[in-house]
Structure formats: C-alpha cells, structure tokens
Design a protein around this ligand. Structure first.
Ligand code: GLC
Ligand code: CA
Length: 607
C-alpha cells in the first residue's frame, strides 16, 4: 500500500516535471543554497580600496565610434554623431563614457592601430569636434575615458616607418627588431591574429620585427626609457585636456622575455605557441613596469584606469587593482577566458547561462577580495550576449531584460556596450564578404584548415565574430536604421524595423526602459551604498539556468534573481519586490518566476 503510493507519487512527480517543461507556466520548484563566505572575505569586501573614489557607484557605457552614429552621410559613425546622442546617454543614466579609439589610424584594426596619438582620425572629425564632445559630456555631468593602445602602434606611425628603414638605428629601439636564424623567425610565438609574431623587414631580409597582433601593429618596446617618456607625455596631453582616464588596451602584453627564447609548441600543431603564453608567464612584471606611468600621469590627475588585462593570476591581483594597484579596475574576463584559451572559433565550447553565471560568480568572488573589477556582458570584441548565452526561446527582449537584471547589480563598475541596452542580438551574416573584421577571415581559414566544411566554418564565424557587436546602432526603423543617410561600412542588423531605439522609447516595457530603471535603481540613494559596496554572495541553484545572488552590507540586503531557463520556476525567495520584469509573483511565500523573468527583492535592517 505504502509502496504503491510512493510509486504513484514518484510517477506523478515525473509526469508533472515533463508537463512543466512543456507548459511553461507550471513552475518547477528549485532549491537554493546561499554560499557561506569566510569572515575574512566579508571584511575585505566591505572595505574596498578603503577610500572612496570618484568613480565608485557609477555606470559606464562603451561607444564604438564607427558604428554609433554618422552625422555627415559617409556611412561611418563620427564624433558629431556621438555629440548628437549625448542626451540619450544621459537619459540612460550613464556616468562614464569609454570611447574606443578615435586617433589617427589606417584602420586595419578599426583604430587599434594608431599612427598619430595626438590627432583625431579625419573620418571621425577634428580636434575641435573632440573638444566639443568632451565639453558636452562635462556639461551633462558625465565623464570621458579614452582608449589607450600602448602595447603596439600602427606600422604607419612615423617612428616605425623610420625604424623599418634602419633596423639598427635609434628608432628601431622603440620596437623589437631582431635577426632571424637561418631564414626562420627569432622564435616560434604565434600572433593573436594568426601566423608568426615576426614579420620580415623589407630590404633587410635577415631582420624581423615583432607584432603580437596584426603585422600592421608593431609592438612597442617598454624596456626603452625614451619610449616610456614619449608615452607619459602623450598620456598627459589627453589628461591635461580634461579626459578623465583610460581603458588600457591589451596591456599585459608589454612584459616580454626580450631574449625571445620561444615556447614549447602547443596543441594547434603548427609548431608554434601562442603569444598569450608568454604574456601570462610575465604577468607578474607588469605592475612594476607601469608604476612610473601611474605615478606621473594617472595619480596627479586622479584619473580612472580600467585595464584590459587577460592572463592574470590570483597572486598578482592585489598589485594589479588592489589598494595600491596600478589600475583603478580591470574588466572581469572570467567567462571570456574560457573561449580565449581555445585555438579558434571552431573549437569554442557552447556558451550557456550556466557558463555565464558560474564564471561571473567566480569573477565576482575573486574581485571582492581585491578591489573593484568592471563587470561586462558585451564589448566590441564579443558577440551579442543575448544570442551567445541564452537559449533560443529567450533570444529576445524577454531574455535581454532578465539577463540585464543579473548583470546590473554585480559589484564593481559595470560597462554597458552600445546596443546592449536595446537588446541587440547577433547579426545574421550570410556570407564571408559581409564581415569586416580581419579576425573573421583568419578564423574562417583556421576552421577550414581544421577540417570544417565551408558552411560550418561560416557558421562558427557568424556565431562568434566581433562584427556582431560592430554593426550599426539601431536608432529607428528608417533607412539604415537611422544610423546614416548612406550605406554603412558594415551591414545593418536584420531586425532594425522592429528592434530600435525609437520603438523602445515608446514602450514602457522595452529593454531600453528596463535598462533605465535598472541603472536608476542601482544608483538610487536608498540603495546606492548597498549596490556599490555591499558584499556579493552567490546562491547555488538546483537549476542550471537560474542566476541568483545577494548583495549585503551592515544595514541592508537585496536578492537579485533571473530565470533564464525555458520553463517557469518556483524559488524559495521572498521580500519586498523593488524591481520585476516578466511577470514575477510572490505566491505562498515563494517566488513564481516565468521563463525570462527577473526580480530584485530587498529586506531592510539586517542587524
Ligand atoms: C584589444 C582590443 C581589440 C584589438 C586588440 C589589439 O583586445 O579590444 O579590439 O583588436 O586589442 O589592439
Ligand atoms: Ca561620418
């Protein structure tokens, strides 16, 4: 009798389980376990960097100038275009704008190859336009940080052009010129963009120069004091103009073993080893190398620096962005590192909500033992998060809003990437000639070499390409999505007729209006201290697609939860709902969460 009822109950449960998966509204009950942090971690977290910095509690936004807004009808975004959208950014609640490079550049890598660090690229405008932009940002009480690309410059830089003519002359000492060995390069390192890091010097065939990225991006020799002096002076030029700081590009690469001994070949099978291995090996040397830069440029201006720092390890984190670290902050790339360590797009593991959650949780926990990391979900080097991490049924506004909730309350300085706030998804690239990124071509070839068929290689590139983030911002349903009067330099996203700022302005439930609410809530004086300095405490969940964490200080606590599963869930959570999207309800002391919903719950007066 008893046995039968147990069996019946089990069967019923199994049936209900299946039914729940099918009928999305019947919730599955989940278990949550709050992670217990050591009192040492809590103490560390509650005293971030010990003293308050001007940028604490702020929200940042990245602009990719080529794709933001074109003002003069040449199909390329520009500074005047950005100026025309400053009120839009202010209304979103943005405090700090990071501008990807706008310096003079032949644009081999879209401005990450700089030929003159004190000039504005004419395709973006003039120095007067820049000054107007900076003034417009300040007038609205916002801040500007520029992109500082100082691991390498452009092969069109005047110094490099001189160096190339005389690999033994004084200018060559600003770079790495080295003789090969019997017609082979000095070592076996592989460039981030494919092929050897060494390129032959024309007319001096026994000489090579070093480039960790494209051959048009020669690496700068940070061991040369004259080079460093030039950099300090250039950096101070921008800071003296009133720029508030920098996002610092590819910075961990400056430390090298200048004997270039090579590394054991990796699994790719071309006899080479990735340059990133060399970088990771020498990561510990970077803080000392940048101390002078920080003390002579950054500190006197109280500037903000956010390092693009791949290849970190736990031991050096305090020196990187702790109390007396060289940077104010670094991007949290924990999830991105999972992909970056792979040989190519073709071998990337499938991304998922679980991967996003677990990596960010780890990143957050490491960060709060150190200082203030900068959470990101997208940037100009990654595909759109909604397409990348979310299940198919949530690759839409619903999913975008639930993911935004999980993202916006993490600890640190969050960076929203242009278009993320309207829930842009990946662009439907249909053939290789629609891509503009040099990496796309390289990755396509790699995939073919690995043995993928053409359509499979295209699929791998389309899913992962950096161009997904670089198609124009969708402003309206007009021609070229209101981005430009002319055909843009890269194709427009397929959904621009419906997915655009203009539409979302009119809809109070849009992704854009939800981002506005989330940003406002994060900065609401009633919770600002909690969301800025509060400890981050993750929950373990019995459902892989449920993201829940707590923020807590001495007085308050908030629980942030997002259901990114394809079915409804019932979570053992309660409290006062101060934000909700997707139809969250409290039922019998539990939280009913449809697929693609999210909530922020608070309870006051925690001892
Ligand atoms: C950084 C930039 C990327 C660029 C590379 C080389 O990773 O974010 O866009 O291609 O550095 O400068
Ligand atoms: Ca233009």
């Amino acid at each position: 009798m008893r046995k039968t009822s147990v069996l019946t109950a089990a069967l019923t449960a199994a049936l209900c389980h299946n039914a729940a998966l099918a009928a999305t509204q019947t919730p599955l009950e989940i278990k949550l376990t709050e992670t217990v942090l050591s009192s040492e971690s809590v103490t560390k977290a509650l005293r971030p960097l010990q003293k308050k910095q001007w940028w604490h509690g702020k929200v940042a936004y990245q602009i990719y100038p080529r794709s933001f807004k074109d003002s003069n009808g040449d199909g390329i975004g520009d500074l005047k275009g950005i100026i025309s959208k400053l009120d839009y950014l202010k209304a979103l609640g943005v405090d700090i704008i990071w501008l990807s490079p706008v310096y003079a550049s032949p644009m081999v890598d879209n401005g990450y190859d700089i030929s003159d660090y004190r000039k504005i690229n004419p395709e973006f405008g003039t120095m007067e336009d820049f000054d107007e932009l900076l003034a417009g940002i300040k007038a609205r009480g916002m801040h500007l940080i520029m992109d500082l690309v100082i691991n390498h410059c452009s092969s069109e830089h005047a110094l490099f052009k001189k160096a190339l003519k005389d690999p033994e002359g004084p200018e060559a000492k600003y770079f790495y010129f080295k003789k090969g060995q019997n017609g082979t390069p000095p070592d076996n390192l592989r460039s981030y963009f494919g092929g050897s890091v060494w390129e032959k010097v024309p007319d001096h065939e026994d000489y090579y120069y070093l480039h960790y990225f494209a051959k048009e991006q020669p690496d700068l020799n940070w061991y040369n004091p004259d080079l460093r002096e030039r950099i300090y002076s250039m950096v101070n030029f921008w800071l003296d103009k009133g720029v508030d700081g920098f996002r610092i590009d590819a910075i961990m690469n400056i430390a090298k073993d200048t004997t270039f001994p090579g590394r054991p070949p990796d699994l790719v099978g071309d006899g080479m080893a990735d340059a990133k291995v060399m970088t990771a090996l020498h990561a510990g040397e970077v803080p000392a190398m940048l101390k002078e830069f920080r003390d002579r440029c950054i500190k006197p201006h109280d500037a903000l620096t956010v390092g693009e720092a791949f290849g970190l390890n736990e031991q050096i984190l305090p020196e990187i962005y702790g109390q007396d670290g060289i940077f104010s902050s670094v991007f949290d790339f924990t999830v991105r590192e999972v992909f970056e360590k792979e040989p190519g797009y073709y071998s990337y593991p499938k991304a998922s909500v679980k991967l996003y959650r677990d990596s960010n949780f780890k990143g957050q926990l490491d960060a709060q033992n150190t200082g203030f990391a900068s959470p990101i979900t997208e940037n100009h080097d990654e595909p759109r998060a909604v397409s990348f991490y979310l299940p198919e049924s949530l690759q839409n506004a619903k999913g975008a809003k639930a993911l935004a909730t999980a993202f916006m309350f993490m600890r640190g300085l969050p960076f929203i990437y242009q278009g993320q706030e309207i829930g842009m998804t990946n662009t439907a690239f249909k053939s290789m000639d629609e891509f503009r990124d040099l990496v796309a071509t390289e990755e396509y070839q790699k995939a073919l070499d690995f043995g993928l068929k053409k359509d499979e290689a295209l699929k791998a590139v389309a899913l992962n390409s950096r161009d997904n983030a670089r198609t124009p911002m969708l402003w309206s349903d007009e021609k070229n999505a209101g981005f430009s009067d002319a055909a843009p330099w890269i194709r427009i996203h397929q959904d621009y007729k419906t997915l655009n700022v203009q539409n979302e302005e009119l809809d109070p439930q849009s992704t854009l209006n939800n981002y506005r609410k989330l940003v406002q809530l994060r900065k609401d004086p009633a919770y600002a201290d909690l969301f800025t300095y509060g400890v981050f405490i993750p929950y373990e969940s019995s459902d892989d697609s449920f993201i829940a964490y707590k923020r807590k200080n001495m007085q308050q606590e908030a629980v942030i939860c997002s259901n990114l599963a394809e079915h409804a869930l019932l979570a053992p959570l309660s409290g006062k709902v101060i934000y909700e999207t997707g139809g969250v309800k409290i039922e019998d002391g539990k939280l009913f969460m449809p697929s693609g919903s999210a909530a922020v719950l608070v309870s006051d007066s925690v001892k």
